[in-house]
Write a protein that binds this ligand. Structure first.
Ligand code: FAD
Ligand code: NAI
Length: 467
């Protein structure tokens, strides 16, 4: 007889949410995590600590650059970097404890150790030096997440050449941080250290940054990050990085083969993340991977082995915490015989720069590529009373709607509080609202949400009220 109905492997946002939903649905559930803290990449070395540092550094940046305009004097301003990093640690710890409490509250057994399949119904968990325990379960959910991608020609020494994991716990703020990759990690962690006084140089292979977002957002973000002093070398492929004492030399070449060398004191490699299945013994259960090393799943997120499911970063799709969470709940409900559904097109993406950038649905380049007839409404924040009051004038809301039906197809926001504003786009799209539907709803004044209404008015009828 099995020990459990469901065993979840990995306690990131995918795994712990799956475990909670399984327990709520009456399954006897356990969660196995190889580290002695719960929460996975997101809580320990991802979303939460990066946002803690983004918030701390933004307070400093505003005190240094923006407070004077509001009549606030900050003479003698300085940074206690150790305290900032320690605060980050405390924020992480509170979240770890919160998840541990949720496991207890939902009567989920937490097993600390590395899980490896023995058969399709049994895992062995390495719980200490040489010690192993075997656990049987009717069903398994694999939620083992991802790890930073490495470039084969660069050795990450974790001291001077680092990944995002080390960049979140440095002992000192870099003087010159060279970042390989102008994706989300590059612009977020670049922002942290640029605000704290470092020179930041981002080297990006493509001719744009945050390439998965709408091109208007990518252009606007490049403009304001450059305005803040961040340097970007676009269309440059990094070819090497070597450490000499406290110095790192990064070499790159442009499309014409012209070579450059840049010297800094730290180099952050942020060129994507790869699914993590090392040591999981998938071959013992017969679970297949796809051509990119991700666990292959069907429409129910079940692997080729009945009863074994996989969710989150370890399968295809956006590597986002909320995507993993939705999949965790989806699998639990599917196992319980329910018929849940995930609209993958409506999973929003956010970059927590300042101003923030957020998107949901189709972007303009995709609509063009797919020959979809569309209309666009774009409203700048600088035309809003709320933005003038706070001084956050950069950015816009852009709404893309079907030319014939006016249905909203995509929403792209760059500007103050975009991360929170985007949910209006998600709700609108989930309910298949037209731009006119939204433009006829009362939006509180003065708020940033008015830019959403105005963008919808422009998309429907080109009749903004406040511009
Ligand atoms: P993970 O969170 O990676 O968790 C997997 C867990 O499985 C880990 O704890 C691991 O130790 C454990 N594990 C692996 N193998 C085994 C095994 N054999 N036995 C037992 N345990 C095992 N996403 C957002 O949506 N918003 C953000 O703001 C954001 N910021 C980020 C910032 C950074 C710097 C990084 C690196 C990522 C960020 N992400 C963000 C992405 C987000 O962290 C991931 O998408 C998310 O954590 C994926 O969740 P998961 O549950 O699939 O896996
Ligand atoms: P990414 O995929 O966003 O960006 C990597 C960038 O590196 C790409 O633009 C790529 O062109 C570039 N690159 C690759 N090889 C290169 C080379 N040799 N030289 C120069 N440039 C090169 O990956 P990133 O930033 O590492 O983030 C990983 C994942 O973490 C993302 O997929 C994202 O989903 C998640 N994440 C999410 C956050 C959020 O939701 N706010 C924040 C941080 C990470």
């Amino acid at each position: 007889m099995s020990n459990y109905n469901v065993v979840v492997i990995g306690s990131g946002p995918g795994g712990y949410i799956a475990a909670i939903r399984c327990a709520q649905l009456g399954f006897k559930t356990a969660i196995v995590e190889k580290y002695d803290v719960l929460g996975g990449t997101c809580t320990n070395v991802g979303c939460i600590p990066s946002k803690a540092l983004l918030d701390s550094s933004e307070h400093y940046h505003n005190a240094e650059k923006a407070f004077a305009e509001h009549g606030i004097n900050t003479t003698g301003l300085s940074i206690d970097f150790k305290k900032m990093i320690d605060r980050r640690g405390n924020v992480v710890k509170q979240n770890n404890e919160g998840i541990a409490y949720l496991m207890k509250k939902n009567k989920i057994d937490v097993i600390t150790g590395t899980a490896s399949f023995v058969t399709k119904n049994k895992i062995s968990v390495a719980v200490g030096k040489g010690e192993k325990t075997e656990i049987e379960s009717d069903k398994f959910i694999i939620a083992t997440g991802s790890k930073p991608t490495k470039l084969p020609f660069i050795e990450i020494d974790k001291k001077r050449i680092i990944t995002s994991t080390e960049a979140l716990v440095l002992n000192e703020a870099p003087k010159h941080l060279i970042i390989i990759g102008g994706g989300v990690i590059g612009v977020e962690l670049g922002s942290v250290y640029q605000r704290l006084g470092a020179k930041v140089t981002v080297i990006e292979f493509l001719d744009k940054i945050v390439a998965t977002m709408d091109e208007d957002i990518s252009r606007e973000m490049l403009r304001f990050l450059r305005k803040d002093g961040m340097e970007f070398l676009l269309s440059h492929k990094v070819t090497g990085a070597v450490v000499n004492g406290n110095e790192v030399t990064v070499s790159a070449e442009n499309k014409n083969g012209e070579k450059i060398e840049i010297k800094g004191d730290y180099c952050l490699v942020a060129v994507g993340r790869a699914p993590y299945t090392t040591g999981l013994g998938l071959e013992n259960a017969g679970v297949k991977l796809d051509e990119k090393g991700r666990i292959e799943v069907d429409g129910n997120l079940q692997t080729n082995v009945p009863g074994i499911y996989a969710i989150g970063d370890v399968i295809k799709g956006a590597m986002l915490a909320h995507k993993a969470e939705e999949e965790g709940a989806f699998v639990a409900e599917t196992m319980a015989g329910q018929k849940p559904h995930i609209h993958y097109n409506m999973i929003p993406g956010v970059a927590y720069t300042w101003p923030e950038a957020a998107s949901v649905g189709a972007n303009e380049q995709d609509l063009k590529k797919n020959g979809v007839a569309y209309k666009s409404g774009k409203f700048p924040f600088r035309a809003l009373g709320r933005a003038r009051a706070s001084g956050d004038l950069d950015g816009f809301v852009k709404v893309l709607a079907a030319k014939d039906t006016d249905e909203i197809l995509g929403v792209h926001i760059v500007g103050a509080r975009a991360a929170d504003l985007i949910i209006e786009g998600v709700v609108a799209m989930e309910y298949r609202a037209s731009a006119e539907d939204i433009s006829r709803m009362s939006h509180p004044h003065p708020t940033y949400t008015e830019a959403f209404k105005e963008a919808c008015l422009i998309a429907t009828d080109n009749r903004a009220l406040n511009m």
